[in-house]
Write a protein that binds this ligand. Sequence first.
Ligand code: CP
Length: 314
Amino acid sequence: MSFPTILESISDLNREQIEHLLISSKTKINLTDNGQYWERYTSKFKTKPIISTFFFEPSTRTKNSFLVAALRSGCHTLDFKADESSIKKGEQLDETIKTLKYQGVELIIIRSNKANILNEFKINPIIPMINGGDGSNQHPTQALTDLFTALNLKHIKENQNLLIVGDAKYSRVIHSLIPMFKLWNINILISTLSYFLPNDMDNIEYIEDINQALAKADMVYILRPQIERHTSDSDEYKEIFNELVSKYKITAKRLNNLNKFVPIYHPGPANIGVEIDEEIIKSKNYQAYQQVKHSIFMRMSLIEESILNYRKPR
Ligand code: CP
């Protein structure tokens, strides 16, 4: 199975490659019932690779999930601190990456506030790189984790409705999640203010009224307002955010009015009391901790595929 040396976007993977990642991740989760799992897990690497996180933006879930997944897969890990590096002295990114390569690093997980930061490496890759989130562009490994969680826990299947609520304009997760769930023939519905709709609404149903949208949903995916991506702090702009929160917050009352169980997903970090009520976080509907747990298995598979493919003789 081939694997892209630079995984920037979900479109860098085809359905066959995604299915392979899902199967590989599933074999890892099946073993967790036994407490001895990690001790029994056989690393797929003959020699221990070094992988490095390379984050220009804060992260709790993605960075630690990759670091834990790397340890579980039998890798050494480095957490490269860009802000304490020679990048601060003007070194170009490709020079820094080359330096890490010659120090022995075999995979970099990068996060940046700049969209398409990985583009320049696609033609002549220096070493494998995986996008851990670039501006509002893409977050492919979060989307893969979410598909894996939803299928494994049987929260959604073909022809059912995934409802996205909140800031779908600036969320990078959603730009990866929507095309991938469409590839699995899952219908995409969005309920938000029209201001927060993504540019590409092809084959997406817009339902302005949140209660009508929830009634049609089989699974709900909540997005926080991406305040750091917006440039304006005008009063008009603050009003739009306040309107988003007052009209689209997912509350226990809204869910109780539905006579069905609806799993609630959130990529995190959740702003409790803003886009989601505390009661929901504590309820059985809330799946964010399952997403975190499943992320380790999916990211182990990503690390394994990425490095093994790169090590193949060419
Ligand atoms: N989901 C996600 O990207 O969360 P972090 O910002 O905590 O990594």
